[in-house]
Design a binder for this molecule. Structure first.
Ligand code: DAH
Length: 337
């Protein structure tokens, strides 16, 4: 049987060296590997061998089969290449055929809104500052006038990493900036924030922009002016806004700003819970306790701060009803922006 295999191998080597087309190669393949090919015949012959000869013979036949399959595969590649080249030579090449094309990506809607918001504040004289995503308790809470036992800590579902936390808001950047720079200041701090929360309007990671202005003669009127200019730019000049008294430990007085519902134009619908208004950001005059924690003289300096969620603005602007869509990276969704 070994001799027979050797003979087949020699025959095969000779035949394959003469093959010059894919058709001939297919014929050769069926002669050796096909249903009635040499390999099948050998397997039938093997049945008549004694039980202790069978394993050895089976092994040789398998090796032979594998080897032939590889050689045919290699020859296929060579022939495919040359057949392309000959067809280009004989039939010519149609230069008007459309190309394979490459589909360009697009900028993620969150990045688009982020860029837009940054450029609006930039035109109002605000510079961009950044801070770390892992914060100590001091920066995320304490220095912002949220002591350990303060109920406001429950407002934010914090991820703890040992002694440190994943920042629950971008407000701690205020503290870093004031520690390192002297007033007057006008900064915004865009970035990722983290809260242990997930449903159709919450994701464990989302984006905020914090704003801070410190100067000698600032009033709530200045804050209102800046917030309104910003909202008119994003949602259009005709947008109605309202400032509602609220509470944040780091500002006093504090307010939440609403815009007229973009879905129902103030008529009252499911999105605005029939109120006609949508909450859009939090803001207020910097609490003197915050100035004290960074060694600014609260008798001399006044400030206002604000914080807004980028996903929320993107959802209202593009009328998206599930925040999780932003992070699923489904191209059918992303390509619409
Ligand atoms: N840090 C607040 C939050 O994440 C948002 C905020 C509200 C920031 C009022 C401010 C502010 O600077 O004045 O819920």
């Amino acid at each position: 049987m070994i001799n027979k295999l050797k003979q087949y191998q020699d025959d095969f080597d000779l035949l394959i060296s003469k093959v010059s087309s894919l058709k001939e190669l297919a014929e050769l393949r069926s002669k050796f590997l096909g249903k009635k090919g040499c390999v099948s015949l050998m397997l039938i012959e093997m049945r008549s061998l004694s039980d202790d000869q069978k394993p050895q013979a089976g092994k040789h036949i398998n090796e032979f089969k594998k080897n032939i399959a590889t050689l045919i595969q290699e020859k296929t590649q060579v022939l495919e290449k040359t057949s392309d080249q000959t067809s280009v030579r004989t039939e010519g090449f149609d230069t008007t055929l459309p190309g394979r094309g490459n589909s360009p990506g697009s900028i993620h809607p969150i990045s688009q809104i982020m860029d837009e918001v940054i450029s609006i504040f930039f035109s109002l004289g605000f510079r961009v500052e950044e801070g770390p995503e892992i914060e100590s308790d001091f920066y995320n809470f304490e220095a912002l006038n949220i002591p350990k036992d303060h109920p406001a800590r429950d407002m934010q579902d914090t991820f703890y990493i040992g002694e440190e936390v994943l920042r629950t808001h971008t407000s701690p950047v205020q503290i870093h900036v004031m520690e390192n720079q002297k007033p007057p200041l006008r900064i915004i701090a865009p970035g990722k924030v983290f809260r242990c929360d997930s449903d159709i309007s919450h994701t464990p990671m989302f984006h905020q922009i914090e704003g801070l202005m410190v100067d000698e003669n600032l009033s709530f009127g200045d804050l209102k002016g800046v917030m309104n200019s910003f909202l008119y730019e994003v949602f259009g000049k005709q947008t109605k806004t309202r400032f509602r008294p609220s509470f944040f430990p780091f500002t006093c007085p504090s307010a939440e700003v609403d815009i007229e519902c973009v879905m129902c134009s103030g008529q009252g619908c499911r999105v605005c819970s029939k109120t006609g208004w949508l909450e859009i950001l939090g803001c207020g005059m910097v609490d003197p306790a915050v100035f004290k924690s960074v060694d600014y003289d609260p008798e001399r300096w006044l400030g206002f701060a604000f914080g807004l969620g980028i996903e929320r603005i993107a959802m209202l602007k593009y009328k998206i009803n599930d925040i999780r869509l932003f992070f699923e990276n489904d191209l059918r969704f992303l390509k619409q922006f």
